[in-house]
Each structure stands twice: as structure tokens, then as C-alpha cells.
Write a protein that binds this ligand. Structure first.
Ligand SMILES: [Fe+2]
Ligand SMILES: [Fe+2]
Length: 324
């Protein structure tokens, strides 16, 4: 056998091994998805409602402990405002994720049945999660005073996101589904001061998100394998644009939530305190939805394995103000 034929043979074997490995990972995801499957009412809500005498989100996510001039009751209320936005934000981003996964399932419809089943289960779970987040908003909204605003429309955001390159959309999705797990495992799970129902919502959500993050990674790598150099350049530009758009939504939501929170407090704040509240909310939201995902070691490892050092420097420079 000459060297060229031997090289091609080795490469083909490596591709077959890679495909088999992806298939095995998909099969594990399907098995886990069947094992952890839950129902919104029977498993999560169980006739309960949110306990407003307790926090919704841990201080590590909300940063409310940094606002020393707030009373304990005001910090609690700010945690409820942020907890409401946290559920709304998942409802927002999962609208596009569900649609993207349906696109992938459609492309796989006549392919490997294992991958098709994995993608169909994934999209079905995201549709259920969206229903759960809509229900949370209606339950929390009924208990809190009027005036709360969700600044972005989920369908408009989904249309914009899905207009970008598949590589960038999958990168954003992988980042989101990794930070979802970090928030639960490193923060929400261990905070006993939270409302039990609120914690359970994100425990059940996490149980299904674990599989999603694995499938995101496989699909992102598959998309990466198909890219030309020019397309990858475009993918990097699109990823930067998507994160900047997400940051724009966070800036508007932080301003809206700061205004809503200050109206809920029955007192006035100095202009310096008002600015502190706005700045802290924006810092918290950037941490929750951008930084904790981009700085996730596994995300960094995946991204740096796909793009050049120069492209990575461009990403860091473009997102510097957001990440600082
Ligand atoms: Fe989800
Ligand atoms: Fe998900």
C-alpha cells in the first residue's frame, strides 16, 4: 500500500470512529432523557406556588449583596424581580433553541434514527420548558405589582438569531446550555434560602439540559467540520454579533428591572444609589447570561479548538467591554 492510500484509509477510519462515538453519545442522551423525563404539574409544581418570603435566586447570581444600602426586605424583593427575569430569559432564549433543534431534526429525518430521536426528544423538551417558563411568569406576575416589562419579544429574537450562520447559532446554544448547568450545580442547588418551588424548577430543568449540552457540542463540532475558512470567519463575526445583541437585550432589561424595582420600594434613592442599582443589575445579567458561559472551561476549550488564535483574540477584543 502506498503512503497516500494508507493516509486516506487511516483518515476514513478516524471519521468512522468519530461517527460511532457521536452515535454512542446520542444513545446515552436518549437513555438519560427517558430516565429523567418529568411533567410540569405532576413533578415540578405539585400544587405548590412560589414562596415570596424566600429568595428566588442566590446572591452569587443576583449580586444583591453588593448593594449595602438596601434593607433585607428590599434585597429579597430584588431577588424576586431578578428571578422573574431569569425565568423570562430562559423562555426567550429557548424559543430560538427549540426552533434550531427542529431544523437539525428535519435535516436528520431520513438519516440515522438514533440522531433523529435524540433531536426530536431535545426539541420536545424545549417546548415543554417554554410552557413551564410561561406558566412561571403568569404565576409570579399575578403575585407582583404591575409595571414589570419583558423588553424583548421571543419570536423576533428567534428570527434574528436563526438568520445567523449555523456554526454561530450552535456556539451560542452550547454556551447557554453549559451555563444553565453551572448556575444550578454551583449555586441554585446548594442555596437553602431559596423558594423550594423555584429551586425545583431549575433542578428539573437542569436534569434535561445535561443531555442538551452534549448534543449541542456534537452538532456544533459537526457544523465546524463542514466549514471553509471563509465560512468560519463569518461564523466568528456572527457569534460576536449574537453576543452583542444578547448584551443589548440585557442592558434594556436591566434598566427596565431597575426602574420597576425602585418603584416597588416605598422610598426614594439618591442619584448615586439609583445608578448603583442599575449598574449592579447589568453586571448581574451579564454574569448570568454571558460571562458564566463564555468563561466555562469546557466552552473555552471547544471554541479554542475550532478557531485560530487570531480569531480568539478578535472575539476577546470585541467582547472585552461586556466581559470586564
Ligand atoms: Fe430548556
Ligand atoms: Fe436546553
Amino acid at each position: 500500500m502506498n503512503a497516500a492510500v494508507e493516509f486516506i484509509g487511516t483518515r476514513m477510519n478516524a471519521q468512522v470512529d468519530e461517527q460511532e462515538l457521536e452515535r454512542i453519545r446520542y444513545m446515552r442522551c436518549i437513555k438519560a432523557s427517558k430516565r429523567v423525563r418529568w411533567d410540569i404539574e405532576a413533578d415540578v409544581f405539585r400544587g405548590r406556588t412560589f414562596d415570596f418570603s424566600r429568595k428566588f435566586l442566590p446572591d452569587g447570581l443576583t449580586k444583591v449583596h453588593e448593594l449595602g444600602f438596601l434593607s433585607a426586605a428590599e434585597k429579597l424583593q430584588l431577588s424576586h424581580v431578578q428571578g422573574r427575569t431569569y425565568a423570562c430569559m430562559f423562555g426567550l432564549i429557548e424559543r430560538y433553541i427549540g426552533a434550531k433543534v427542529l431544523d437539525l431534526a428535519n435535516a436528520a429525518s431520513l438519516g440515522d434514527p438514533v440522531m433523529l430521536e435524540g433531536l426530536v426528544r431535545f426539541s420536545d423538551e424545549e417546548i415543554k420548558h417554554q410552557e413551564m417558563f410561561r406558566r412561571i411568569e403568569s404565576v409570579i406576575g399575578a403575585r407582583m405589582p404591575g409595571g414589570y416589562i419583558q423588553v424583548a419579544d421571543p419570536v423576533e429574537v428567534a428570527r434574528m438569531v436563526l438568520g445567523k450562520s449555523s456554526w454561530a447559532v450552535l456556539a451560542l446554544t452550547c454556551h447557554i446550555e453549559l451555563f444553565t448547568q453551572v448556575h444550578y450545580r454551583e449555586s441554585i442547588e446548594r442555596d437553602e434560602a431559596l423558594s423550594d418551588l423555584y429551586r425545583d424548577v431549575f433542578r428539573y430543568h437542569w436534569l434535561e439540559e445535561c443531555q442538551h449540552a452534549v448534543i449541542d457540542e456534537i452538532e456544533w463540532k459537526r457544523a465546524d467540520d463542514l466549514l471553509t475558512g471563509v465560512e468560519r470567519e463569518q461564523g466568528v463575526e456572527d457569534l460576536i454579533a449574537l453576543i452583542r445583541t444578547l448584551d443589548g437585550i440585557l442592558r434594556s432589561q436591566a434598566a427596565a428591572d431597575a426602574g420597576y424595582f425602585m418603584r416597588l420600594c416605598e422610598r426614594t434613592f439618591t442619584s448615586g444609589q439609583q445608578q448603583d442599582i442599575r449598574d449592579t443589575l447589568l453586571r448581574a445579567y451579564r454574569w448570568q447570561y454571558i460571562t458564566s458561559g463564555l468563561q466555562h472551561p469546557h466552552f473555552e476549550k471547544l471554541l479554542s479548538s475550532m478557531i485560530s488564535d487570531a480569531q480568539m483574540r478578535r472575539v476577546c477584543a470585541a467582547l472585552g467591554p461586556v466581559l470586564s
